[in-house]
Ligand binder design. Structure first.
Ligand code: PEP
Length: 267
């Protein structure tokens, strides 16, 4: 199985989001085995998208979740509230959140490792599958700290959490330097991706997790042109797509690439 996650970020109104999702649904080929497609719109659009995708193969994910259960936390959205409106996934620890906009009770600045850990706990308690983002900055990469950063992020996120056996979590390796909206993004090579994914799998094994059940995705400037190469690599279980998920033809082409990769791998 391959995964294709669309992270719409804070880019669209609800009406625009619905139009985009209708386009994605229209482009789906009903006669093939599809990848797991997860649409992550803004909180405001979640109910509308849920109505649109009910009884379709698309799945609903949030872009963030509170680090606490329901309570007096103005402006936060709890995992239980997301599950209540039909979310089955939530992104946690995206680099844009780790960099800015921390929320109580842990962070003053960007989202901390402790907060990411708490969010994973909350998501699992509500039955959501966390999509945990990790990845190093350009400066960390230049300083040769890629492995150390990934190791720290995975270990601090996961240690001490008891995961369900079935779809415990998804890890998305998203090197910050490759994210298309960042300054001077660079394309990660397949070698970069495979190295990081292998490290992540080794870390998960070391933490006692059954890695066959954990998908490891890549995110960073994935588009219609590079999706096939990335998705056809057996180390890559799927892609997390930002900018290209906002363009129907790009996102549909990425889904097609995942379908092709699944066919090749199953042959
Ligand atoms: C992201 O920010 O999660 C992302 C992968 O963005 P993009 O695809 O635009 O690089």
């Amino acid at each position: 199985m391959k995964f294709v996650v669309g992270n719409y970020k804070m880019q669209l109104t609800s009406r625009e989001t619905s139009a985009l999702v209708r386009g994605v649904l229209h482009g789906l080929n009903p006669v093939v085995v599809l990848p797991e497609i997860i649409i992550c719109p803004s909180f405001t659009a979640l109910p509308d998208v849920q109505k649109l995708i009910k009884k379709t193969p698309l799945n609903l994910g949030a872009q963030n979740v509170a680090a606490t259960p329901l309570g007096a936390y103005t402006g936060e959205v709890a995992a239980a509230q997301l599950a209540d409106i039909g979310c089955t996934y939530t992104i946690i620890g995206h680099s844009e959140r780790r960099a800015v906009g921390g929320t109580p009770p842990f962070a003053k600045g960007g989202e901390t490792d402790a907060q990411v850990h708490a969010k994973i706990t909350e998501a699992l308690a509500a039955g959501l599958t966390p999509i945990i983002c990790v990845g190093e900055s350009a400066a960390e990469r230049a300083a040769g700290q890629t492995d150390a950063v990934i190791t720290h992020q995975i270990t601090s996120a996961i240690t001490g959490i008891s995961f369900p056996r079935k779809t415990p979590c998804i890890i998305a390796y998203e090197p910050i330097w490759a994210i298309s909206t960042n300054e001077q993004p660079q394309l990660a090579t397949i070698h970069d991706i495979v190295e990081a994914h292998s490290l992540i799998r080794r870390l998960l094994v070391g933490l006692g997790l059954a890695i066959d059940d954990i998908a490891v995705l890549y995110g960073g400037s994935v588009d219609a042109l590079n999706a096939q190469e990335i998705l056809s690599n057996p180390e890559v279980d799927g892609v997390l797509v930002g900018s290209a998920s906002l363009k129907i033809h790009e996102f549909s082409a990425i889904i097609e690439a995942a379908i092709t990769a699944m066919k090749v791998i199953s042959v």
